[in-house]
Ligand binder design. Structure first.
Ligand code: NAP
Ligand code: 3JM
Length: 340
């Protein structure tokens, strides 16, 4: 316990970051610093590959430790971003050691015992946790932040979404690969895709994660199931197409919805002006709309291009952009930890 500037005692927590050397892990460290999360001690966990590395936190160097089942003694909160199989293997040990885990992977998202939380939408679900709270997929998070206020007012029946997902969503190595491929392409040098399945520089790849039996990808089906669980409405129909694009940071989404009650673009603008976590950027006459280069490094979900879908009775189209590493991953998880 320490005293805050107002004299109120603040409990400080022992925090472990699983996957501290990765893209999301690095963002965890920067956001914990920015938000002055009350930390007593921080433990940085990664694989054998990171043996001997140190990472900076609050101006101090911390050693990276190898993740084992014994990494969680004395830890209060685990922020996990080391992939789904590591979460499945190690988070039960963290819970046994008495820690509460906020997991960024897909491992526990659809588990009935684990709440799946976006603080702007369903903060009340956090209370139901039994040690693990799941953080949704980046593409789902920004979509539900933008759509939940509309759903409450007009009830969304169906969502058709196409995503334009930046390479950082696939990890730090893919950011470097887009950079190197682009340089090689422009210099007319031959290159072979290494981390991504195909050339990504000056190309689009309409596959994120593996294909399922229904010919949708797992990433697309995450958007279907997670949206229903977070919004607490299994009747919402979702059809997603997820595309990897040659953008470094921030995901964009073309979102089309059909609502039960009529709602106009102007009513939606009014709702979104007041919505938590949303920034309205919608002035087409002045060529003003959200773009990934402007969302990079920001906390908000940016919404624009709101217009009536003239092909059906109660249809609306819009464009939603957010930083996938911040709101799409690390920030959302830290907001959950703050609510805890
Ligand atoms: P990344 O840049 O590739 O980093 C992966 C991290 O996991 C690194 O710290 C790596 O450590 C660690 N790791 C890998 N294998 C490990 C092992 N066997 N034992 C211990 N640590 C291991 O990936 P990222 O973009 O940060 O994403 C990490 C994970 O977060 C993803 O796999 C995903 O599950 C989740 N994620 C979620 C969202 C979301 O939408 N909520 C978005 C992006 C990512 P080394 O450096 O030692 O290899
Ligand atoms: C985003 O197999 C894996 O570990 C996949 C890792 C991954 C995931 C996931 O499924 O956890 C990479 C990028 C995600 C995610 O948010 O679903």
């Amino acid at each position: 316990m320490t005293l805050s500037p107002t004299g109120v005692s603040v409990k400080k927590y022992n925090v472990a970051i699983m996957g501290a050397t990765g893209a999301v892990g690095n963002s965890f460290l920067r956001i914990l610093e920015e938000r002055k999360f009350p930390i007593n001690n921080i433990r940085l966990l990664a694989s054998e590959r990171s043996k001997g590395k140190t990472l900076k936190f609050m101006g101090k160097d911390y050693p990276v430790e190898i993740l084992t089942h014994d990494s969680f003694n004395g830890i209060d909160i685990v922020l996990a971003s080391a992939g789904a199989s590591r979460s499945l293997e190690f988070l039960p040990s963290a819970v046994k050691a008495g820690a509460v885990c906020v997991d960024n992977s897909s491992a526990f998202r659809m588990d009935k015992e684990c709440p799946l939380v976006v603080p702007e939408v369903n903060p009340q679900d956090i209370k139901k946790h039994k040690g693990i709270i799941a953080n949704p997929n980046c593409s789902t998070i920004q979509m539900v932040v933008a759509l939940y206020p509309i759903h409450k007012r007009a009830k969304i029946k169906r969502i058709i979404v196409t995503t334009f997902q930046s390479v950082s969503g696939a990890g730090q190595k893919k950011v470097i690969e887009l950079w190197e491929q682009s340089e090689a392409f422009l210099a007319r040098r031959a290159f072979k895709p290494a981390e991504l399945p195909y050339q990504i520089a000056f190309n689009l790849i309409p596959q994120i994660d593996v294909f399922m039996d229904n010919d949708y990808t797992k990433e697309e089906m995450k958007m279907v199931h997670e949206t229903r669980k977070i919004m607490g409405d299994d009747s919402i129909q979702v059809n997603a197409t997820c595309v990897r694009v040659p953008v470094f940071y921030a995901h964009s989404e073309s979102v089309n919805i059909e609502t039960e009650k009529h709602i106009s673009p102007n009513e939606i603008r009014e709702l979104l002006l007041k919505a938590p976590g949303v920034k309205l950027v919608d002035d087409p006459r002045n060529k003003t709309y959200p773009m990934p280069i402007n969302a990079e490094g920001k906390d908000d979900t940016f919404v624009g291009r709101i217009r009536q879908d003239e092909s059906i009775k109660n249809g609306i189209s819009m464009w939603v952009v957010a930083d996938n590493i911040r709101k799409g991953a690390a920030l959302n998880a830290i907001q959950i930890a703050e609510l805890l």
